[in-house]
Write a protein that binds this ligand. Structure first.
Ligand SMILES: *[C@@H]1O[C@H](CO)[C@@H](O)[C@H](O)[C@H]1NC(C)=O
Ligand SMILES: *[C@@H]1O[C@H](CO)[C@@H](O)[C@H](O)[C@H]1NC(C)=O
Ligand SMILES: *[C@@H]1O[C@H](CO)[C@@H](O)[C@H](O)[C@H]1NC(C)=O
Ligand SMILES: *[C@@H]1O[C@H](CO)[C@@H](O)[C@H](O)[C@H]1NC(C)=O
Ligand SMILES: *[C@@H]1O[C@H](CO)[C@@H](O)[C@H](O)[C@H]1NC(C)=O
Ligand SMILES: *[C@@H]1O[C@H](CO)[C@@H](O)[C@H](O)[C@H]1NC(C)=O
Ligand SMILES: *[C@@H]1O[C@H](CO)[C@@H](O)[C@H](O)[C@H]1NC(C)=O
Ligand SMILES: *[C@@H]1O[C@H](CO)[C@@H](O)[C@H](O)[C@H]1NC(C)=O
Ligand SMILES: *[C@@H]1O[C@H](CO)[C@@H](O)[C@H](O)[C@H]1NC(C)=O
Ligand SMILES: *[C@@H]1O[C@H](CO)[C@@H](O)[C@H](O)[C@H]1NC(C)=O
Ligand SMILES: [Zn+2]
Length: 464
């Protein structure tokens, strides 16, 4: 694993230069806690672990899991039969995914995508390691032909490739695009209760291994009306993977979510934002839209062991985004802020900030609604409210889904600042350059030891 201390050592040992590869641009730069102390969940036998009756496989369901309020009990490993039944059709949890032997459907789809890859990028090789060691890419072409986000935050691949630009902001003014990464976290009930009680929906970027570890928690995400998206199988650097591995990381996460919720997501976010054209083509072969972000709350740093980023720093990061409303930063678009479901600290931080976000922004919306994506899944029977519907500015057609149903549940006491259709604020077309500019102005003023966590590569020269 590429560790922070390694990165710091390397960064301190070299001068800065104009070309840099930032290994840790957010999103779980620390190692994501892969399993709870309970151990490998779907390999364990619930009975042997002396679980309470309620948690035996026969009585276990989404509603009873969602009703647990003690985080330790929430995070008690359980064995869920529908997952046990299909486990052999998936890669090993928390290990790099690859095609599962005998999976002819996956192999056939990959063969097609591989053909496209070989035609478009005949000489492409993985960039560094899956753990984010870029020394092997130290001579990476400074013109950034691969539109490698980790290198210089490129989000707009050459038009000739016909790949949509990564989405970094939402097109609606004074609107906060709400998304949480790294879930489902076993202990998320207090957090999801809070969202539910506020009538607030969000986009959830789920890790495939977490989905199979905690299938009932993943089901709650859907039942509560959140939008489910993909955040890879094992949460590693995608550009460090082979074609097959990168495909499998996405494919089996999509399949895991389909298995436990019945839905096939069409959106994803690369861990650490690490994406390039080769990876974009693979994702696009799976019909996945790539959402990155404009601002990093750095919550993922603050609550990690040994981190020097404090809770106060995270609060300042939130407040800095919020302050942008007053000076017009969000007159024509809104931020997508990197926030996490990863642990109690990151979830509680959002809870603490919610009221002030609501007070400053007109709307806080899940990404599908921000982009009027009314069919966010491959299954067209499931619909999602478009922007006007979600914000109660119109009662349009798309209101037949479970999402919409729960979105208008009676528990929306707080609701989002502007229940009454204040101004039918028009989305004054967020152009590619809007997105780019705001992506460029992303970084928070925070500077501390961790801010220097980056590999600096002098003029394309090799790192020692
Ligand atoms: C995918 O393409 C590579 C060449 O880039 C090839 O080595 C590999 O065998 C192909 N994989 C499959 C499963 O076809
Ligand atoms: C870098 O890429 C550009 C095209 O983007 C190409 O013209 C140039 O030859 C490349 N340089 C090297 C050293 O590969
Ligand atoms: C839509 O179809 C999927 C798969 O067929 C099913 O699991 C899901 O329950 C359906 N959803 C609705 C809202 O009918
Ligand atoms: C992607 O979407 C197109 C159009 O709906 C569909 O024909 C195709 O099968 C989808 N591809 C995958 C891999 O699901
Ligand atoms: C607006 O305020 C934010 C937060 O204080 C700040 O980061 C940004 O630079 C300001 N922008 C302008 C144009 O003044
Ligand atoms: C989920 O959250 C709990 C409580 O904060 C934490 O201990 C655990 O490591 C998290 N699990 C994962 C898989 O991130
Ligand atoms: C975080 O933990 C505290 C202390 O156990 C608890 O009161 C709070 O509800 C938790 N917050 C979230 C969002 O889970
Ligand atoms: C979403 O729909 C609203 C209302 O029709 C429209 O103003 C807005 O431009 C649409 N946004 C996008 C991204 O299409
Ligand atoms: C609203 O919340 C209350 C208390 O938390 C609960 O008793 C009630 O069932 C909830 N109603 C809905 C529609 O979720
Ligand atoms: C829209 O109205 C419903 C029903 O009154 C409410 O529950 C919900 O919170 C409102 N949503 C917003 C974004 O104001
Ligand atoms: Zn992540």
């Amino acid at each position: 694993m590429f560790t922070l201390s390694t990165a710091i050592t390397i960064a301190l040992g070299l001068g800065l230069s104009s070309t840099e590869v930032s290994a840790h641009r957010g999103c779980g730069g620390h190692e994501v806690a892969k399993r709870n102390p309970g151990g490998p969940v779907i390999n364990s036998l619930a009975e042997l672990r002396g679980f309470s009756k309620r948690q035996t496989t026969s009585t276990m369901d989404e509603a009873s899991e969602a009703a647990i309020s003690d985080p330790n009990q929430e995070c008690t490993a359980y064995s869920y039969q529908p997952v046990v039944d299909v486990k052999s059709q998936f890669p090993t949890i928390w290990e790099t995914a690859s095609l599962v032997d005998g999976d002819t459907e996956a192999s056939a789809l990959f063969a097609t995508i591989n053909q496209t890859l070989n035609a478009k990028f005949p000489n492409a090789t993985p960039k560094g390691t899956k753990a984010g060691d870029w020394s092997a890419s130290a001579s990476y072409n400074a013109t950034d032909p691969d539109c490698w986000w980790t290198y210089k935050q490129c989000t707009t691949p050459a038009a000739s490739l016909n790949i949509a630009a990564d989405k970094t902001t939402v097109p609606e003014p004074e609107t906060w695009g709400l998304a949480f990464d790294d879930g489902p976290n076993c202990s998320h009930n207090a957090f999801y209760d809070y969202l539910q009680n506020n009538g607030q929906k969000a986009t959830m970027f789920y890790i495939g291994s977490n989905v199979l570890d905690w299938p009932l928690q993943a089901q709650r995400g859907h039942v509560d009306g959140h939008e489910l998206c993909i955040h890879t199988w094992s949460h590693q650097y995608m550009t460090g993977m082979s074609n097959e591995e990168a495909f499998a990381e996405l494919y089996y996460t999509q399949k895991a979510i389909k298995t436990v919720t019945g839905l096939t997501p069409t959106c994803w976010r690369p861990p650490f934002g690490d994406v390039d054209n080769r990876i974009r083509v693979i994702a696009s072969g799976l019909n996945l839209t790539n959402y990155v972000w404009s601002d990093d709350s750095e919550d993922w740093r603050a609550f990690a062991a040994g981190s020097t980023v404090t809770e106060d720093d995270v609060t300042k990061n939130y407040q800095n985004v919020i302050a942008g409303v007053a000076n017009g930063t969000y007159a024509t678009h809104g931020p997508i802020v990197l926030t996490h479901e990863i642990n109690n600290g990151t979830m509680q931080e959002f809870v603490s900030q919610y009221d002030s976000i609501k007070a400053a922004f007109k709307y806080i919306v899940p990404l599908a609604s921000a982009f009027n994506i009314t069919q966010p899944y491959a299954e067209t029977n499931e619909t999602y409210p478009d922007f006007m519907t979600y914000t109660n500015q119109s009662t349009s057609s798309s209101s037949s889904s479970s999402s919409t149903t729960s979105a208008s549940g009676s528990n929306a006491s707080g609701s989002s600042g502007s229940t009454t259709a204040a101004s039918a604020s028009k989305a004054s077309g967020s152009t590619a350059s809007d997105s780019k500019n705001s992506a460029a102005s992303v970084s928070f003023g925070y500077s501390g030891v961790f801010a220097s966590v980056a590999l600096f590569i002098a003029g394309g020269a090799m790192l020692a």
